[in-house]
Ligand binder design. Structure first.
Ligand SMILES: Cc1cc2nc3c(=O)[nH]c(=O)nc-3n(C[C@H](O)[C@H](O)[C@H](O)COP(=O)(O)OP(=O)(O)OC[C@H]3O[C@@H](n4cnc5c(N)ncnc54)[C@H](O)[C@@H]3O)c2cc1C
Length: 456
């Protein structure tokens, strides 16, 4: 077998900020990873990369070797009786979904895009709209194969002898080794549709109240889009959607003919690079007004495809270009429920800053998982996408201070700029993570631009 070819490339995250140039190796199989790492990595280290959907610098390593895992993407087996699938880690959730749905299976946790690899989903321990009931992605990983920097393959489970390495890898942002295979528990579903209840909330308090009192076990998925630019009486006005997977009986006849249909992804028009960016204060406010008004004034129930409900942006190719050549940042934080006033202040700060923000998400998170660096924690989470422009760093700095004082944290998969000193306070299990990492990679060969910035 020939060694994977490498190409010198500039890489960025989804936000298209701070590019880093690296040698990128196209990985075709787990054996490629073993061979590369066993041969030793010269220079500035090595890092696995999936589809580059983390927003900041987590999946790039300037001057180093980056392993592009997307060619290591076979679905190895599906056990329909046990509802279990075994895959190579570079397979993306879109393709996996298309394999699973016709077999009556789906994934228990999916993020807001299916354009992520299984390896990337494990490394960020991604969460979905059902975090409060299902936990995050790692809670459904039954086993994974991890290649460490010495070229050894470790088969790890959540409760085995190597459980510490498993839980350092889940949420570990690629810094413990390269996940090459994973076995995932699946969910059963009769259809590729969701029954969705949509309602408008007039302001932030109304939204938080509805999220608190409206938790309905029969509707395990919930998320709100909120207007991050509205102020005063309309601060935090929102459109709340809650849903469940549809059964065949829920479907109207025209959909029931092919209950697991999933239209092709990304076939829509691509965004050109927009010189000055489309997202300005004016367009942002107009979009938010339209989005709020478009939602029904009274709660409405309808049937939506899983794509429309779970990953609405996947229909527009390269939508991240709409922010112009300077790119954009996402700020996602979680603040404990007891600190709801700090959360309110964070929403007010964003609205008062005048920065344009249209894609804004707010939801409740459930219990903390077992991943040493996993983001989710019980509390309120918000995520806002903001174009890079003067004053943004100041706003994010103010938000950091609020979040820190409230005992909250920022999500590393979305981060491009958090100062290093904050990590210790935000992630109380960082010391345990460092110890596991030091044991498997004493020379610090696995590095990313994010780890250089935050872990030193
Ligand atoms: C539109 C959009 C919506 C999103 N919605 C959500 C959401 O709802 N919830 C959520 O939690 N996240 C969400 N995300 C973030 C996204 O799910 C994560 O950033 C995810 O990690 C991206 O996967 P990827 O394959 O693109 O990985 P990359 O971005 O390429 O890499 C992410 C990290 O994973 C590591 N990694 C990648 N492959 C491997 C591997 N094989 N072994 C070990 N480490 C590896 C990398 O080193 C890096 O640190 C969203 C992102 C976008 C663009």
């Amino acid at each position: 077998m020939s060694a994977p070819t490498t190409v010198r490339r500039a890489l960025t995250g989804w936000g298209r900020t701070s590019p880093g140039v690296a040698e990128v190796a196209g990985i075709r199989s787990p054996e490629d990873v073993v061979a590369l790492l066993a041969a030793g990595v010269p220079g500035r280290g090595v890092l696995p990369r999936g589809l580059g959907r983390s927003y900041g610098d987590a999946a790039q390593s300037s001057g180093g070797l980056v392993l592009d895992m997307t060619g290591c993407d076979r679905v190895l087996s599906v056990d329909t009786e046990q509802a279990v699938v075994r895959v190579e880690a570079g397979v993306d959730l879109d393709r996996l979904t298309r394999v699973l749905l016709p077999l009556g299976l789906w994934l228990p946790v999916v993020p807001g895009t299916r354009q992520v690899t299984v390896g990337g989903a494990i490394a960020a321990d991604v969460h979905g709209k059902n975090h409060h009931v299902a936990g995050s992605f790692g809670a459904h990983v039954l086993e994974l194969d991890l290649v460490t920097v010495d070229g050894k393959t470790h088969t790890l489970g959540p409760d085995g002898l190597d459980a510490a390495l498993f839980w350092a890898t889940v949420g570990g942002m690629g810094l413990t080794g390269v996940v090459v295979r994973a076995t995932l528990a699946c969910l059963r579903t009769e259809t590729s549709y969701a029954v969705v209840v949509t309602e408008r909330c007039r302001d932030l308090d109304h939204l938080l109240e509805r999220l608190e009192e409206g938790e309905d076990p029969a509707l395990p998925y919930s998320v709100a889009w909120f207007d991050a630019m509205a102020r005063g009486r309309r601060l935090g006005r929102a459109v709340l959607t809650r849903g469940r997977l549809a059964t065949r009986d829920d479907l109207p006849r025209r959909l029931a003919r092919d209950p697991v249909r999933l239209p092709p992804t990304g076939g829509g028009p691509a965004f050109p690079i927009v010189p000055a960016g489309l997202v300005t204060r004016g367009t942002g406010m107009a979009f938010n007004e339209l989005w709020y008004r478009k939602a029904p004034a009274r709660p409405t129930t309808d049937v939506q495809s899983i794509g429309a409900f779970f990953q609405p942006l996947d229909g527009v190719r390269d939508w991240n270009r709409a922010y112009g050549p300077r790119g954009f940042c996402q700020y996602q934080c979680v603040v404990p429920f007891a600190e709801v006033d700090a959360f309110r202040r964070a929403v007010s700060l964003i609205a008062a800053s005048g920065h344009p923000a249209c894609l804004n998400v707010l939801k409740r998170m459930g219990p903390t998982g077992r991943g040493l660096l996993s983001f989710p924690a019980p509390g309120w989470t918000l995520a806002v996408d903001v174009p890079v422009r003067p004053g943004l760093e100041r706003l994010f700095g103010q938000l950091d201070d609020l979040v820190l004082a409230a005992g909250g944290r920022v999500y590393l998969a979305k981060d491009a700029r958090l100062p290093g000193g904050h990590l210790e306070e935000m992630y109380p299990r960082l010391g345990e993570f460092r110890a596991v990492r030091a044991a498997v990679d004493p020379d610090g060969i696995l590095v990313s631009d994010l780890s250089r910035r935050l872990l030193g």
